[in-house]
Design a binder for this molecule. Structure first.
Ligand SMILES: Cc1cc2nc3c(=O)[nH]c(=O)nc-3n(C[C@H](O)[C@H](O)[C@H](O)COP(=O)(O)O)c2cc1C
Ligand SMILES: [Mn+2]
Length: 502
């Protein structure tokens, strides 16, 4: 098995796995689909294929990424961490020792070389070609997601541009507000690569937008890669198959051959429109702001093309799992620069940029502060508002345990770092847009070198008594429901839990 080759293979897989429901009743892309989907996402329900969307002949697929299980199916992997280890294998390559090592090394190098996209001459994504007035966005079942949204928005696009100087491709997921049948806004936020390509181009920049991709390639458009790395290459690596590209019809760009729908067009420098309001992944509406205007020159499609959508809003929403995939897949790359990091967690409720919990192998005074600054200096993690640092033995995914460490180990006068830096484009809390306060909380054990009193030992039962109680458990005749859950703080279950509850 390998990850699905296109959206249709993905839908077939979801169906075989009992992970997809087809809805034959007519539904309205204005708000109704959002309300249905919101209930399904929040209860961990299936992907939804709406076959009869009011006003369009094209079916709409939503919630394809909405659970951890589906995300693993998409990558054809037992866990998201196993996807990450494929990457760390390559990142952590050492000079080979013997012949076997050399052969393995060559295989790894080949897996990188084979990741580069491949050009093909004929493509399913161009079975139908619509140009000039025939190319109309009115054909597509574009959703109006939330009541105060300014218009319908294309929400799951892979937007393709080229750096005018280096020719390097960039692929990013940026929402597109429908302005009419032949134009949209392009929501290139200030820190993003697509915007950098636009700013570096004089006059007109050509743009292509792929809709309805295989799930790994669609995910890759949302991955925060350094600017000079083509997201299609990451997709090829993660799929184990290169992404196939075909020359677009009206612009000088290559587009995925397996896409359901491709929008081709251009953006003129300094032609801006008011974009938004839009009910955003922050859980609030982002207000109207000027963004560039995308003009459509062609739509190409597969026959009976399926339109993909996603709704963001108050977490948890479907995008949580795209974010969790990034959290897991990028851990090996983060460890390359900051090897003392053991693990990290970006809570879904924190909309990813609001909070980062990180565990470290602490080796010297101020180490937690070093790691905070490293996070504030790393790619898109630099936008993180709050960083919480814990010791290596703390499970960063167990928020109760993290809360316990913060409560038990922090002297706010000594262990809280307040600083300033760049913030997410969409964060409404800072007084100024894009820039504001950051907080670092050092919840690690402190040593005398850090000027503290002696740190007390943690409470732990002896292994001997634990083994004795294990052996005798049945004899006591006490039955416990493991899932009833009276706290999950490892090493120190009952009493501390009660302490925290008081
Ligand atoms: C569903 C979804 C919608 C997104 N919408 C936007 C958006 O409208 N504008 C934006 O700048 N980033 C948006 N993002 C985040 C970018 O896709 C992400 O930062 C990506 O790394 C951008 O690619 P780039 O690094 O090549 O710029 C969205 C992500 C997801 C998962
Ligand atoms: Mn990029």
């Amino acid at each position: 098995m390998a990850p699905p080759a296109d959206l249709r293979a993905w839908i077939a897989l979801l169906e075989r796995e009992g992970e997809l429901v087809r809805i034959a009743s007519e539904v309205d892309p204005e708000l109704e689909i959002t309300e249905i989907n919101d209930r399904v996402v929040k209860s961990g329900g299936p992907a939804l294929l709406f076959e009869n969307v009011k006003g369009s002949v094209h079916p709409l697929l939503i919630n394809q990424f909405g659970t951890e299980r589906r995300m693993c199916l998409a990558f054809d992997a037992p866990s998201l961490d196993s996807v990450a280890s494929k990457l760390s294998d390559v990142l952590e390559m050492q000079p080979p020792q013997g012949l076997v090592d050399k052969v393995k090394g060559l295989q790894k190098l080949k897996s990188i070389a084979d990741s580069r996209p491949k050009t093909v001459r004929r493509a399913a994504s161009q079975e139908i070609v619509l140009e000039s007035d025939d190319a109309s966005l009115d054909l597509l079942p574009i959703q109006t997601c939330w009541p105060d949204d300014a218009a319908p928005f294309i929400t799951l696009p892979a937007v393709i541009t080229k750096d005018p100087h280096t020719g390097t491709r960039n692929v990013g997921m940026y929402r597109m507000q429908k302005l009419g049948p032949h134009a949209t806004a392009m929501h290139w936020q200030i820190h993003k690569d697509g915007r950098a390509d636009y700013l570096a181009t004089d006059g007109r920049i050509e743009v292509a937008v792929a809709l309805g991709l295989d799930p790994v390639t669609a995910y890759s458009a949302s991955a925060p890669l350094p600017k000079h790395i083509d997201e299609f290459m990451l997709a090829g690596f993660l799929r184990g198959e290169p992404v196939e590209l075909v020359q677009a019809k009206t612009v000088d760009l290559e587009v995925p051959a397996n896409a359901e729908i491709v929008l081709e067009g251009y953006i003129e420098k300094d032609e801006l429109t008011d974009e938004g309001p839009f009910g955003d992944h922050t859980g609030y509406y982002t207000p109207s702001e000027p963004f560039p205007v995308f003009h459509l020159t062609a739509i190409t499609m597969r026959r009976d093309a399926i339109y993909p959508s996603i709704v963001v809003g108050k977490p948890p929403q479907e995008d949580a799992w795209l974010g969790k995939a990034t959290e897991r897949i990028f851990l090996p790359a983060i460890r390359m620069t900051v090897p003392e990091i053991v693990d990290y967690d970006l809570p879904i409720a924190g909309a990813f940029h609001n909070c980062c919990i990180v565990s470290i192998r602490k080796a010297f005074p101020g180490h937690a502060q070093k790691v905070m600054h490293a996070i504030w200096g790393l790619g898109m993690l630099s936008l993180t508002k709050a960083v919480v640092v814990v010791d290596e033995w703390v499970d960063v995914h167990d928020y109760e345990e993290v809360m316990f460490r913060v409560g038990a180990n922090v002297d706010p006068a000594r262990d809280v770092l307040l600083t300033e830096g760049p913030l997410d484009h969409l964060d409404h809390a800072p007084t100024r847009q894009f820039y504001g306060g950051k907080i670092g909380i050092d919840a690690t054990h402190k040593g005398p070198q850090e000027g503290t009193r002696e740190w007390p030992p943690e409470i732990e039962m002896t292994p001997e008594v634990q083994a004795l109680v294990d052996r005798r458990w049945d004899e006591y005749g006490i039955s416990l429901d493991a899932s009833a859950g009276n706290g999950r703080i490892r090493q120190s279950p009952g009493p501390l839990r009660r302490l925290l509850r008081r």
